[in-house]
Design a protein around this ligand. Structure first.
Ligand code: NAP
Ligand code: ZN
Length: 355
């Protein structure tokens, strides 16, 4: 199937129109027209090859909302016209212990990422994956999510990554009524962590570099904002958290956050993939505190999150952009100048733009 989108041709090149092919429908595939695609900080990392494994051309996008246009002969869960979501994975081995538990993100053979990856399991010959900054997408039905009725399609896309990446550790570490949750970094992931934790009934504190985002934090559902550069306020907050979710996208120093944890409590890293400034073990040993990490979530948990968001009316704060505004959006994302997620309206990608 011929399609088109926007791709980076090199780490230093701006995104530009790109034509390419999607595979023909296999029996268990769903084809969709992409309606909306969120802009995750991961897209920026991948385009710039921050992690060293980018291959070009690279079509980013893993917060995808689409309308089903065709289904394979063996598809049972979806029909033409249904609204579906696709997140960060499009396949996994489906056989290992983790996949069988519904934890495809932890597949022993490695899940297949929606873009900048290679279809290894069920594609012959193996093929590169291209993401949602494109007009059409084909995915096996097990990796398509049902968008619940009533969820605003124009806002739902960021739930497929920012939503599940914060929902999963909130659930794993039992956020709920009576628990004290801190969120470091108020960006795309951070603002979803605040909304989700508040909807779960937790007491929520945004931990930010400045007081600038205080009014936003409160409006998003946080109970307060703690300024991480205010030593007196940080000292007064010691031992005050059951869970801290750290969404900072770069190498940084977590030492100021560790004393904020109560005994047996956990700081979960979901932002930086790579080195950190060296953490001291002193607050870990003396307070029996923990540092953990968490990647996205499984397919069943992602569906649970979408249903939760529909029920509780949790949606991201979105700034809608046209596809041709993506390079400017990347620059603003780099400066933490987004409130709080860019979403591309794919109707802005006319066929005439295809190169
Ligand atoms: P984002 O929208 O750019 O937000 C990041 C926030 O972190 C900023 O708004 C800012 O908040 C804070 N920040 C930025 N630079 C900082 C610095 N130098 N020091 C301290 N704080 C800083 O990014 P995002 O889309 O939420 O993504 C965050 C990270 O999560 C990215 O690295 C992305 O690759 C990663 N990610 C991981 C997973 C996963 O599976 N674990 C999934 C998706 C994304 P304040 O202004 O409030 O400080
Ligand atoms: Zn993402």
């Amino acid at each position: 199937m011929k399609t088109f989108g926007f791709a980076a041709q090199a780490a230093t090149a701006p995104l530009a129109p790109f034509s390419f092919e999607r595979r023909d429908l296999r029996p268990n595939d769903v084809a969709m027209e992409v309606l909306y695609c969120g802009v995750c900080h991961t897209d920026l990392h991948q385009v710039r090859n921050d992690w060293g494994w980018s291959q070009y051309p690279l079509v980013p996008g893993h917060e995808i909302i689409g309308r089903v246009t065709a289904v394979g002969t063996a598809v049972t869960h979806y029909k033409v016209g249904d609204h579906v979501g696709v997140g960060c994975m499009v396949d996994s081995c489906q056989e290992c212990d983790q996949c069988r538990k519904g934890l495809e993100q932890l597949c022993r053979k490695g899940n297949i990422q929606t873009y900048n990856d290679t279809e290894r399991f069920s594609c012959d010959p193996v093929a590169r994956t291209y993401g949602g900054y494109s007009k059409h997408l084909v995915v096996r039905e097990e990796f398509a999510l049902r968008v619940p009725d009533g969820l605003d399609l124009s806002k739902a896309a960021p739930l497929l990554c920012a939503g599940i990446t914060t929902y999963s550790p909130l659930r794993t570490f039992n956020a709920g009524p009576g628990s004290r949750v801190g969120v470091v970094g108020l960006g795309g992931l951070g603002h979803m962590a605040v909304k989700l934790a508040a909807a779960m009934g937790a007491d929520v504190t945004v931990i930010s570099r400045s007081k600038n985002k205080e009014a936003d934090a409160l409006a998003l559902g946080a109970d307060r904002l703690l300024v991480s550069t205010d030593a007196a306020a940080m000292a007064a907050a010691a031992d005050g958290f059951d869970l801290i979710i750290d969404t900072v996208p770069v190498k940084h120093d977590i030492n100021p956050y560790l004393p904020l944890l109560d005994v047996d409590s956990t700081l979960v890293l979901v932002g930086q993939i790579g080195p950190l400034a060296e953490p001291s073990t002193v607050p870990l040993l003396l307070g029996r505190r923990r540092i953990a990490g968490s990647p996205i979530g499984g397919i069943a948990e992602t569906q649970e999150m979408l249903n939760f968001c529909a029920k509780m009316n949790v949606l991201p704060d979105v700034e809608m952009i046209r596809m041709d505004q993506i390079n400017e959006a990347f620059e603003r994302l780099d400066r933490a100048d987004v409130r709080y997620r860019f979403v591309i309206d794919m109707a802005s990608l006319p066929a005439t733009q295809a190169a």
